[in-house]
Write a protein that binds this ligand. Structure first.
Ligand SMILES: [Zn+2]
Length: 315
């Protein structure tokens, strides 16, 4: 009897220990579940890790909007669930399928047009929407008098480097061409910028002059009385000023100023703020050699990217 009593009492003593063990095990399982689920979602979105803070904030915002939608939609079906800590992770999934053209990264889309192509095209096209003035589809461009490099080669080299730099900074970048052997007119290039839903259209050219002493960089922008894009003149001018200032600061290139131009087909057909940079004079020995120097090209690209950053920060 006393033996039996002892057994019972010892069982009673163990009961709290067993109960607390169960509680501990349950707690451990709960912790494992909590940590595994966010892990999974991190892996799913791992491929998008390049995105900047801005976009992830936007994503959170979007996702919380989705969440609101979803909650509103499913109000009647799921009610008695007071705590659902995993919900935000689950709701990120519907965001995965993206439209082919959509701003990612910092949310800005830049369309770069590397000026010219291997062969100019003399066939004509309208100088602007509904214009009766006809101009050559695309001209041949100039050539380095010291280096022998063609303008279409320099513009593509610089454009590709600028694309890489802008992508590093979170921009989505499209280029009207990435090879020399194309037949794309100035009008078609501007239309491409519209197709890709660009926020700015950035044309890259280099200058040439009869006198080898002419040197420096300038930017061309539509005037406020442009018959086609007057509504874009103000923003285009700001963009031009921001880029030219940053470009000349980074390179030490002589600043020839922002110049109004209403005769360029490639500007007149644009539908977003636009600019055209004349990187420097290929007919000037110093500009020409500088623009073919790898270290100098880094400065050129940094300068333009800084200017584009400044423009968007000011918007
Ligand atoms: Zn040109």
């Amino acid at each position: 009897m006393s033996n039996h009593k002892k057994k019972v009492s010892s069982n009673r003593n163990r009961l709290p220990i067993i109960l607390s063990l169960v509680v501990v095990i349950l707690a451990v399982i709960a912790v494992i579940l909590l940590f595994c689920l966010p892990d999974k979602s991190t892996k799913q979105s791992g491929k998008e890790s390049v995105k900047t803070e801005v976009s992830s904030k936007k994503k959170e915002k979007d996702s919380s909007l989705d969440q609101e939608d979803k909650k509103a939609g499913s109000k009647s079906t799921e009610k008695a669930e007071p705590e659902e800590p995993k919900e935000p992770e689950e709701l990120k999934e519907p965001e995965e399928p993206k439209e082919p053209i959509e701003a990612k990264g910092n949310g800005h889309i830049v369309c770069i047009d590397p000026g010219h192509q291997r062969s100019g095209e003399s066939a004509k096209e309208p100088n602007g929407p509904n214009s009766k003035t006809m101009k050559a589809r695309v001209t041949g461009g100039t050539r380095g008098t010291t280096t022998g490099v063609y303008e279409y080669e320099l513009t593509l080299t610089i454009s590709q480097a600028l694309k890489t730099e802008l992508e590093k900074r979170g921009y989505t970048v499209y280029m009207t061409r990435d090879t020399h052997d194309v037949k794309i007119s100035n009008m078609e290039r501007a239309q491409y910028a519209t197709q890709v839903n660009a926020d700015i259209y950035f044309r890259i050219h280099a200058n040439g002059a009869g006198s080898s002493s002419a040197n420096g960089a300038m930017m061309l922008t539509p005037s406020a009385s442009n018959p086609y894009v007057a509504n874009l003149a103000s923003k285009s001018k700001t963009l031009s000023q921001d880029v030219l200032a940053a470009y000349c600061q980074a390179t030490g290139m002589k600043n020839l100023g922002v110049q109004a131009n209403d005769t360029m087909t490639g500007l007149n057909w644009a539908t977003m703020p636009m600019t055209l940079i004349e990187l420097g004079f290929m007919t000037n020995p110093r500009d020409d050699k500088n623009m073919e120097d790898a270290a100098y090209q880094v400065k050129m690209v940094q300068g333009m990217a800084n200017g584009i950053d400044a423009y968007f920060q000011g918007q």
